[in-house]
Design a protein around this ligand. Structure first.
Ligand code: C5P
Length: 218
């Protein structure tokens, strides 16, 4: 199997998940959604009444939940203490909690360690906010996806079956502000990344572009 690591970072709703899953499937690679890992930890904190705005409280529990991420692009799974949380981590409550929780250094340290252990096997497409900059700076291909806020909100609202595009856009921009402004591993375009603005592109066009970059001779 290929040892290629493809790091895909970018803003919320820029099309990372759909793109990464399709690229991994086309190239026969594994897939890792690091956002789902941060979401799962945030969900656990909410379930256990941890005050997510208290860094010490969040830090104290950062290593408590046992987290497992499946890497099949056609069936990405995520379990916490053996419980499937794939649906629960997409709630509005988790959308609101995940960026404050993921700004806590102890949470990042733990999840980056888990992510590196999975990536070390190679042959994987990894999506997140800090993959090309912090988690795996030696990735063979780094991609940075963005899109206009209105396009991102329209896509996310459609996925969630919501017609409140304005509220969805505010939630996305709020997360982007926290993710870009945090002290540790802020969202940024990594050195050497190829920037793709997906606003006016179809999913297939973005996937074709990433696949051709991944398969181009070095
Ligand atoms: O990718 P997704 O939108 O599901 O990510 C949810 C949140 O997880 C992001 O808004 C960000 O706060 C956090 N995250 C992160 N670092 C990553 C992946 C996600 O901080 N590598």
């Amino acid at each position: 199997m290929s040892s290629l690591v493809v790091a895909v970072d970018g803003t919320s709703g820029s099309g990372k998940s759909s793109t990464c899953r399709a690229v991994a499937d086309r190239l026969g690679l594994r897939y890792l959604d690091t956002g789902a890992m941060y979401r799962a930890v945030a969900w656990w904190m909410l379930q256990h009444d941890v005050n997510i705005y208290e860094v010490n409280e969040v830090s104290a529990h950062a290593a408590t939940p046992r987290l497992e991420s499946g890497t099949d692009p056609l069936n990405p799974t995520i379990t916490l203490d053996g419980v499937d949380v794939a649906v629960a981590i997409r709630s509005d409550a988790v959308n609101a909690a995940v960026s404050p929780v993921s700004a806590v250094p102890a949470v990042r340290a733990r999840l980056v360690e888990l992510q590196r252990a999975i990536i070390a096997g190679g042959g994987i497409v990894v999506e997140g906010r800090d993959i090309g900059s912090v988690v795996w700076p030696d990735a063979g291909l780094k991609v940075y996806l963005t899109a206009d806020p209105a396009a991102r909100a329209a896509r996310r609202a459609a996925e969630a079956g919501s017609d409140d595009v304005t509220a969805t856009q505010e939630s996305l921009l709020h997360r982007d502000r926290i993710d870009s402004g945090r002290a540790v591993a802020p969202l940024t375009m990594p050195d050497g990344a190829v920037h793709i603005d997906t606003t006016d592109l179809t999913l297939d066009q973005v996937v074709d572009r990433v696949v051709s970059l991944a398969t181009a001779p070095a």
